[in-house]
Design a protein. Structure first.
Length: 380
């Protein structure tokens, strides 16, 4: 069978064959594998899409070596995704490598008491995790400098407005995108000079806003114009791709479907959660990071809801949730473990190579757009 052609302006702007980007996915929590590691980036870029490295969990040195590793494995374009949060709290001013157990003891009393109560009742070990002070999220300026020095083809800001670095990125031939969850931010980020806006709907995995993808896309497109929009949130096959293009998007940014691929970086247990999930098998909670994020449902939510505690601010809540998830895994309490994932989880029934996922998506979208719509829809 001859290869399908499915091209949009995005392909010309990025030098890729198909308008499909695998989303930048960091680890769900501290100590977990990176959702979009080097292997996924390379597989997606080699298959004709554009793979985006989830940079959020790295320290500066790891970021640079991952970028260099990608370059050594493919000469195709790729991206790097970083989080650029505003107003990190004081605790972010730490130095060196700090044991999570120590940070936990400095949390407000009710949180320490709840943490110890959970640990005791479920027989969890004391946390052996550490956090390093040189993570890219805490040193965004230096991380961006590395991306510019390495001339990463596409810089992606998963959180925050990357406007301040666009000029420097463009000067070395890089492109820049910003991920948003509502029309207001689509307009704001577009006006800051980025090349593309990714509009991610409420159904998406990880940090998520309040507006569903179907309602968000046309409003984000209008708000961002003339900057083109890439669709995200709930896209898992060629139907989602075709619908996004029909809406006026120039491509798609796909997270959960590529996370549940052979090269996707989630813990096996979390991949399993996605396979077992129905369309209702996720929920939005501040439990994991202090910001609203979508995760597969598990018993961890029940005990958190029972605590009656409000979430701590980002990234302090990450410390609390990470320590407990690690404890659940170590103690074999699998029913308390799940990771970031979107509502499209219910569609995913098999862990496949990323290349197959991408090519099937292309094939299905091309069939819808070239044949099926003409058969099913009467237009005069
Ligand atoms: C495990 C996981 C980790 C994620 N980490 C990040 C991240 O570090 N930076 C980011 O911009 N988005 C992150 N996201 C969100 C994705 O980039 C993407 O917007 C989302 O997955 C799209 O919705 P979908 O899951 O329905 O495809 C993450 C999503 C998942 C599932």
């Amino acid at each position: 069978m001859s290869k399908r052609v499915l091209r949009t302006r995005l392909c010309d702007l990025l030098g890729i064959e198909y308008p499909i980007l695998s989303a930048g996915m960091g680890p769900t929590l501290i100590g977990e594998p990176n959702g979009a590691p080097v292997e996924l980036v390379v597989a997606v870029s080699e298959a004709g899409g554009l793979g985006v490295l989830g940079g959020a969990g790295f320290n500066l040195e790891e970021l640079q070596s991952a970028i260099r590793e990608i370059k050594s494995l493919t000469d195709k374009p790729f991206g790097v995704d970083l989080l650029l949060p505003k107003n990190l709290p004081d605790g972010a001013g730490m130095t060196g490598e700090v044991p999570l157990a120590r940070i936990l003891q400095s949390l407000p009393g009710p949180y320490v008491e709840w943490y110890e109560k959970v640990r005791e009742s479920l027989g969890l070990p004391e946390s052996d995790l550490t956090v390093r002070s040189d993570t890219v999220t805490m040193h965004a300026d230096e991380a961006i400098k590395i991306c510019i020095e390495e001339r990463v083809p596409l810089f992606c800001a998963g959180l925050g407005d990357p406007g301040f670095m666009v000029k420097d990125a463009h000067a070395v031939g890089m492109k820049v995108l910003g991920v948003v969850g509502n029309a207001k931010n689509a307009g704001r980020v577009a006006a800051s000079g980025v090349d593309f806006v990714v509009a991610q709907g409420h159904e998406g995995g990880g940090h998520t806003g309040r507006v569903g993808t179907m309602a968000l896309l046309p409003q984000a497109i209008d708000a961002a114009a003339p900057v083109p929009v890439i669709a995200a949130g709930g896209i898992g096959d060629g139907r989602g791709l075709a619908a996004s293009l029909a809406m006026g998007c120039i491509g798609v940014w796909v997270g959960t479907r590529f996370l549940a691929s052979r090269e996707g970086g989630a813990m096996e247990l979390c991949k399993q959660r996605i396979l077992e999930s129905t369309d209702e098998g996720t929920r939005v909670s501040t439990l994991y990071t202090g910001k609203t994020s979508r995760v597969n449902t598990c018993k961890f939510h029940e005990i958190w809801d029972g605590s009656g505690l409000p979430a701590l601010p980002f990234p302090v809540q990450v410390v609390l949730a990470s320590a407990l998830i690690r404890g659940f895994v170590q103690a074999g309490k699998d029913e308390y473990v799940a990771g970031f994932a979107g509502q499209i989880s219910g569609l995913i029934k098999e862990i496949k190579p990323a290349r197959d996922i991408l090519l099937e998506m292309v094939e299905e979208a091309a069939d819808i757009l070239s044949r099926k719509l003409k058969e099913d829809v009467v237009v005069q």
